[in-house]
Design a protein around this ligand. Sequence first.
Ligand SMILES: NC(=O)c1ccc[n+]([C@@H]2O[C@H](COP(=O)([O-])OP(=O)(O)OC[C@H]3O[C@@H](n4cnc5c(N)ncnc54)[C@H](OP(=O)(O)O)[C@@H]3O)[C@@H](O)[C@H]2O)c1
Length: 281
Amino acid sequence: MAATLPTIALRSGAAMPVLGLGTWRMGERRDRREREIAAVKAGIDLGVTLIDTAEMYGDGGAEEAIAEAIAGRRDNLFIVSKVYPHNASRRAMPRSCEASLRRLGIATIDLYLLHWQGEVPLVETVQAFETLQREGKIRHWGVSNLDPELMQSLWETPGGAAVQADQVLYNLGRRGIEWDLQPWLRERRVALMAYSPIEQGRLLRQRGLAEFARQRGMTPAQAALGWLLAQDGVIAIPKTGRRARLEENAGALSHPLSPDDLLALDRLFPPPEGASPLAMI
Ligand SMILES: NC(=O)c1ccc[n+]([C@@H]2O[C@H](COP(=O)([O-])OP(=O)(O)OC[C@H]3O[C@@H](n4cnc5c(N)ncnc54)[C@H](OP(=O)(O)O)[C@@H]3O)[C@@H](O)[C@H]2O)c1
């Protein structure tokens, strides 16, 4: 039986799981495809029902691999996909969304994100999202890689306050957003989706983190993810194409960090002391 993961309430009131599976770099190589599909399936078995993807990943290949993994079990899943900035217009977004839906083999995307801000004005992107919502092609919409200034202009755009999430780079080694973006989002109950939550694996080689985790009987990945999951309004979406790592990462939920643990991590990875430009990968 799949466990039910904790959820957070989006501004819309919908529930979104706090831990998901990232899929960047999936669907790119034929020789890895079966393993990746098996990992997504294993994730769902474990209760990891949030899947994060994008039309960009594997040029649609990640969405196709997900389709195979979720066939026959779409109910109870929370599927996030993203539209390229150059497709975020009134004219192009419907085509992009339709193509993602076809590749994913589903009728509705649960949360559709603007991947990053490009040339299309936010007001037009919001209108395109609203149309897709009215047609039932997407349940909710949000953004990614938007800094506080862009979030503020979005907020002031007609319809912009319907934004449900901002997906940004956030992990123990990248805490800059705690200065400005995170409080901004928290005040408005906009969810923060933390991408590259283990810094694409590099964070795990950090000696202090390894020692911290060893002393507490957890792995470095569980410590890094546990730190994100301890925060209000934060969703972590680590990517792995391997079943064993997926189980390890989901295990972060069974090792909650104490207030003392969080202070110890603050000493190892100090919070920001001023504003900095939004970091991206
Ligand atoms: N919106 C954006 O602009 C944006 C940008 C970047 C990422 N994202 C999203 O966020 C997701 C996660 O970010 P990410 O893929 O950049 O990085 P990540 O999740 O921090 O790290 C993924 C890497 O770590 C490895 N890994 C995973 N769990 C591990 C574990 N327990 N022990 C050791 N290695 C482990 C994976 O390898 P294996 O697969 O071989 O296990 C993979 O190479 C992406 O997949 C994507 O969905 C969004």
